[in-house]
Design a protein around this ligand. Sequence first.
Ligand code: CO
Length: 134
Amino acid sequence: MIGRLNHVALVVPDLGQAAEQYRGILGCDVSDELDLPDSGVTTVFVNLPNTKIELLHPFGENSPIAKFLEKNPAGGIHHVCYEVADIIAARDKLIGDGARILGSGEPATGAHGKPVLFLHPKDFSGTLIELEQA
Ligand code: CO
């Protein structure tokens, strides 16, 4: 059902420093910082030949990743994002298989302007999974 790995998201304590490491030391194509107030995050995208790395830092109060950074002050892997062809069909299949969708269950607009859903990490071996309609 799932397709390509769209991105791996890393929460980082210092977005500027992390972006510079990926740009300077690792030699990557790195985007500018982008504030996403509705999502409560600031993002930087690292474009790799076969996927993307999404560097995340809390934006504003009540950021959904603020607690993650409190628990993991050095940063860490936050989620992986897999592509699906039809997010509603994927959601309905997953619910039918007993998986839990976070939030309302309705797709939100993700960082790339496409519909996304998150699956409960306890249902998938402790990893938060984002599904994005490709
Ligand atoms: Co993501």
